[in-house]
Design a protein around this ligand. Structure first.
Ligand code: HEM
Length: 142
């Protein structure tokens, strides 16, 4: 049957039209596979998961924690402001975030150094690995 005058493929060889349709189909399938894989394999968010606090510290980290007892008043004094060190308590361990990425002047995504950040940490998307690679200062008293 001859092509109608509105057909954009008028004048093209049937083999050429078939080829470009095939490439389009492969392209669409590839995009769908990539998007599908991204959705399927995306790690679940850890926001709100209290169990992440149970992640064990290494023996060396336990030793560091046990070596010093720190009061909440000491944590509060190290708020990262005016050049002071930036400390944060998470689940009874006091961490030094003075040199941590994204903690300039003791502030990180609405969290302030000099506080107990346990609940905010639980609601954050972090796993405990973020704390485990942060220097430990000691254990919180009480
Ligand atoms: C909405 C909440 C939070 C979000 C979206 C978030 C996101 C991030 C991101 C993207 C980083 C990488 C550095 C950067 O680009 O800033 C980071 C680092 C870090 N975050 Fe959070 N964060 C949140 C809350 C918290 C809380 C509550 C704590 C602890 C109490 C925390 C502890 C840390 C630490 C220690 C690092 C540095 C880790 C390193 O040195 O590699 N974050 N955070």
């Amino acid at each position: 049957m001859p092509d109608s005058p509105q057909d954009p493929a008028v004048g093209q060889e049937p083999a050429v039209r078939k080829n470009s349709l095939g490439s389009l189909l492969i392209g669409v399938l590839l995009v769908a596979a990539v998007v599908g894989a991204f959705i399927f394999f995306r790690p679940p968010s850890l926001a709100g998961d209290r169990a992440k606090l149970d992640a064990p510290l290494s023996a060396a980290q336990q030793q560091q924690a046990d070596a010093r007892t720190i009061t909440m008043a000491e944590v509060e004094a190290n708020d990262g402001l005016e050049g002071r060190p930036a400390w944060i308590a998470v689940n009874g361990i006091v961490f030094d975030v003075s040199e941590s990425a994204g903690w300039e002047d003791g502030e990180h995504r609405g969290v302030r150094a000099g506080t107990d950040g346990t609940d905010l940490f639980v609601s954050s998307p972090h796993g405990y690995d973020f704390m485990a690679r942060t220097p430990i200062l000691g254990r919180l008293a009480g």
